[in-house]
Design a protein around this ligand. Structure first.
Ligand code: FE2
Length: 320
């Protein structure tokens, strides 16, 4: 099946997407997922929450500001979540499991990091989408030879409390050697606007090197995570990792960022080195997304042994 016929319903659309990726490091594929697929993924998330047998500690919150290491790195719960399906609370939420899973979901920041292999009933929609022919064909057309899937996440970004994701490059978290190869497939499950936390990115920044790597390291006898700076101080980016107020649109524009408002079902392609972020959801509307992060699995490209995310030794990442 040719993705040209799938993407936006127009042939030639894929060439435009490829040109956008090469020039800007980010591209929008309109109407990539159908209303039926969106409903299945949203229902799947609710089902997974309903079947949730092992609530995380209340300290298992997800934050990307400068307390990231404390919020995540100090938690074995996060460090070992790569090949599992785990839940991370929104920092400002009640952190209580309700009988009604939709009420619990209203307190969750994200579910990750292996929904693409989730074998429960709720996981079916995630497995189906992640390993769909259209996802694979899209990635192959972008030049990947043997794409593998280390990570997937359901990001909830709930009304009023859905917190920001500070500016970053995805390759900082999913680093390959000797060449960074990460690609993000950011699927909007709701309409994404300025007030509910749409994506912002800095066009052209994918030409810059990976500036930080989020690594595992042993500290005082226990495994923790921390950022390792990979470039000189003058190559660092002004807003990377910096917490921003919800009304930072002017500041972002002054630093060359542009917003990417989009509709439910649209797919945003994110180059692993392009700098991007999303602000707090200040609206009364949710902003659910399902995100896949893949890397090249062909010979000659190696997953960094220092990456925070590791599968058990000898277990390969699933192929697309
Ligand atoms: Fe990202």
């Amino acid at each position: 099946m040719c993705v040209c016929a799938e993407v936006g319903g127009e042939r030639g659309e894929m060439e435009k997407v490829k040109r956008e990726m090469e020039a800007r490091g980010c591209a929008l594929v309109p109407g990539f997922a159908s209303a039926k697929e969106i409903a299945a993924l949203k229902d799947g998330a609710l089902q997974i929450v309903a079947d949730w047998a092992d609530p995380p500690p209340s300290s298992a919150v997800f934050k990307t500001d400068k307390t990231q290491r404390l919020a995540q790195g100090a938690e074995d719960y996060f460090i070992t979540s790569g090949p599992k399906v785990r839940f991370f609370w929104e920092p400002d939420a009640e952190k209580k499991v309700h009988q009604d899973p939709s009420k619990t979901l209203l307190q969750i920041n994200k579910i990750g990091h292996c929904l693409h292999e989730c074998e429960t009933k709720g996981g079916a929609a995630f497995r189906t989408y992640s390993h769909s022919t259209k996802v694979r064909e899209l990635v192959l057309q972008l030049g990947y030879k043997q794409p593998v899937l280390p990570q997937s996440m359901y990001i909830v970004k709930n009304p009023r409390i859905g917190s920001e994701v500070t500016s970053h490059q995805d390759s900082s978290f999913l680093f390959t050697e000797p060449t960074p190869t990460c690609l993000g497939l950011w699927l909007a499950l709701d309409d994404c606007e300025l007030d509910n936390g749409c994506l912002w990115f800095r066009p052209g920044s994918h030409q810059e090197p990976v500036r930080r790597q989020f690594v595992r390291k042993v500290d005082g006898g226990r495994t923790v995570m921390d950022f390792q700076q990979l470039v000189s101080d003058d190559q660092m980016s002004a807003l990377e990792g910096r917490s921003l107020a919800p009304d930072s649109a002017d500041l972002l524009k002054s630093h060359g960022f542009v917003p990417v408002p989009c509709k439910a079902g649209d797919l945003v392609l994110i180059h692993g080195q392009v700098e991007h972020l999303s602000l707090t959801n200040t609206s009364d509307r949710p902003r659910h997304t399902f995100q896949l992060h893949l890397v090249e699995g062909a010979p000659g490209i190696k997953w960094s042994e220092r990456n925070w995310l590791q599968y058990p030794r000898g277990t390969p990442f699933p192929r697309l």
